[in-house]
Design a protein around this ligand. Structure first.
Ligand code: PMP
Length: 358
């Protein structure tokens, strides 16, 4: 592939070269078996080893307590929007949700199918450009749901809220990008197609102790306990996506794990936000203290130049920076696999373009 491309896509997004190289080899000949990884049974020992390694790497990299089970499921984060309340919320009971963007509101919509939803805070009236941190959770709530990073708007919870009720988090777009006490959560989930692999697999880390408390009948495919009892193999898992996750997790471990990647992520974010704040042509769209270190959203003071800037960056092999239609401007996603070098190229392009226009 063209290694010169600076891939700022929001997801699916850049993966480590090493992961792509190994995955492409396994697609033809998996570990010298003479068969593709797509041609072997998912219950054969070589594939069981893959999914077991992926599950245990998640546990290890997040330093999860023993009560957690790690699953690789189908259906994306979007299926978890309904699976979570189905497993945790009795009809007539209340769950607390924070509304920090389109993905949170989709989670809220699904939860309403199963019980009462108390939206304890929202930043909707300001187009989700900040994290609404001032709220109280009703003590009877079965859980509190947050979206740790809001992919579209470029906001992120930098302090995980303290609460007495079980904490549930959609970490789709910042999973394993920064150190935190993952044991503060009762359930963590995310589509893996940003920081943790390829589209098709969804990771769930759930504390066993919160399960089995609702009385409704849960279809097997949506019952966490069924997946736990079957070691994440109740049905055929998305084998190739799980394999790519395993390779990506191995890569992350080899980088030094979450704390090490966080240092690089901090440098990338500081560099890019530094330029946005210094360069008179650009302006960040998010309240500073809530800025995401994964999705950097910004606009131009002269919107008529945006098209020209996009064309200019394209010539520099910078791809994927067009902002989501609901925010406009630009969004540079700087996930774990994006090298510092790509951010440097982006910053140079911003400087050069601004100089030309001065
Ligand atoms: N939550 C967040 C924070 C996301 O960014 C996305 C996808 N961009 C989703 C949920 C939906 O994930 P999926 O497409 O895997 O259902």
């Amino acid at each position: 592939r063209n290694m010169k491309v600076h891939n700022f896509n929001a997801g699916p997004s850049i993966l480590p070269n090493e992961v792509l190289y190994k995955a492409s080899k396994a697609l033809i000949d998996f570990e010298g078996s003479g068969m593709s990884i797509l041609e072997i049974g998912h219950r054969t020992p070589p594939f069981v080893a893959v999914i077991e390694e992926a599950r245990s790497l998640v546990r290890e990299l997040m330093q999860l307590e023993d009560d957690f089970e790690v699953l690789f499921l189908h259906g994306g984060a979007s299926t978890q929007f309904l699976t979570i309340p189905m497993n945790l919320l009795e009809s007539g009971e209340t769950a607390a949700y924070t509304d920090t963007g389109v993905w949170s509101s989709k989670a809220i919509k699904e939860a309403k199918l199963f019980g009462y939803v108390d939206v304890v805070s929202s930043s909707k009236d300001r187009n989700y450009n900040f994290i609404p941190k001032d709220f109280t959770v009703p003590p009877q709530a079965k859980y509190l749901h947050i979206t740790t990073n809001n992919t579209i708007y470029g906001t992120q919870w930098h302090h995980i809220p303290e609460t007495d009720v079980p904490l549930v988090a959609d970490m789709s777009s910042d999973i394993l990008s920064r150190s935190m006490d993952f044991n503060k959560f009762a359930l963590i989930y995310g589509g893996v197609q940003k920081n943790m692999g390829a589209a098709g697999a969804t990771v769930v880390a759930v504390r066993k102790s919160i399960l089995g408390k609702v009385t409704r009948n849960i279809p097997s495919m949506l019952d966490y306990r069924v997946h736990i009892d079957n070691a994440s193999m109740f049905n055929t898992p998305p084998v190739f996506a799980v394999y790519i996750s395993m390779l990506t997790l191995r890569w992350l471990k080899a980088q030094g794990g979450v704390a090490a990647i966080e240092k690089i992520n901090d440098r990338k974010a500081a560099l890019l936000y530094g330029e946005i704040d210094e360069n008179p042509l650009f302006r960040g769209t998010v309240v500073k203290e809530d800025r995401s270190k994964m999705n950097v959203c910004f606009i131009m003071d002269k919107p008529e130049l945006e098209e020209e800037f996009l064309k200019f960056t394209k010539k520099e092999d910078i791809v994927g920076i067009k902002g989501h239609r609901s925010v406009g401007g630009f969004r540079a996603s700087i996930y774990n696999a994006l090298p510092l070098d790509s951010v440097e190229v982006m910053v140079e392009a911003m400087k050069y373009f601004s100089m030309k226009k001065a």
